[in-house]
Design a protein around this ligand. Sequence first.
Ligand code: NAP
Length: 293
Amino acid sequence: MISEAAITGKTGVYGIIGYPVDHSLSPVMQNAALRADAINGIYVPFAVAPDCLAAAVNGLRALQVKGCNVTIPHKTAIMPLLDELAPSAVQAGAVNTVVNQAGWLVGHNTDGDGLMASLHEDLASETAGARVVLLGAGGAARGALAALCRAGAASVAVVNRTLSAADALVARFCRDFPATELKVCGFDSSLAGLFPQTDLVINATSLGMAGEIIEGLPLALLSDHARVYDMVYNPPETRLLKNARYRGLKAANGSGMLVAQGELAYSLWHGKAPVPGAMRNALESFVTLSAKT
Ligand code: NAP
């Protein structure tokens, strides 16, 4: 990122479209990385109401916005409006990154690989051969399931309140990844049979954002080597993470995934990885500062 005085006709514009978008921490991370690389660019939030999405996508072309992230509620709705979808977006059924190649808009998804990077870095968790319990069957869970299957997980049990959503997800991925054993469970007594053999529990529901506890999880039955990952990063310590740590398990929140998906998007736009730590440091400073004010 550059100072306001240095914005010229040559400044590349990047951004994020969502609705609402004011909560997004991507501008903090992306502008810090642009600054660290001394790239003549700026990254801004665009609040785009659902009925304006098609106009906004055309606007990306008209205004020559070089790239953007996509967040709730547009990740799926934007797909038919783009010119091309990368395999990552097709598999995840969602787009979180758009690259503008001279007016040709290509949709990618970096959430799944961001999760894999964070599992590796923050939990030293090996996903190849792992037996995973995935909580949730929404957009984040779908991206996670695609990445877990690609990484060669031995089994994934998709646990969801609405069983039909989990059934649909599993049916979709069974065909593409026959080597990973997929099953569907509710938040019920069947988890007691599953947890003792589980290596990794991932929360991809929105539970925890408002301090909720996830009912019906028999954390006590997990083995001592099991790890717990919560995609929620605000608050940084959810009830799930607190309970997992109390149980003595290694656990991490979703801030590493947020950083890693942003770093992967940055690489797609700029053709190189950001300066190591630039995004994570900016995020941590911002969160610490926000907690004080
Ligand atoms: P989504 O598509 O709306 O899915 C929400 C999921 O949460 C569904 O499985 C839903 O179950 C479940 N859920 C919601 N309320 C529930 C309740 N009261 N009881 C039980 N289950 C409930 O949302 P998403 O985009 O997948 O996001 C899910 C979470 O992941 C959010 O917290 C989001 O912030 C986080 N996330 C983090 C990152 C990161 O970089 N760290 C990236 C993406 C997402 P039903 O099917 O039964 O409704």
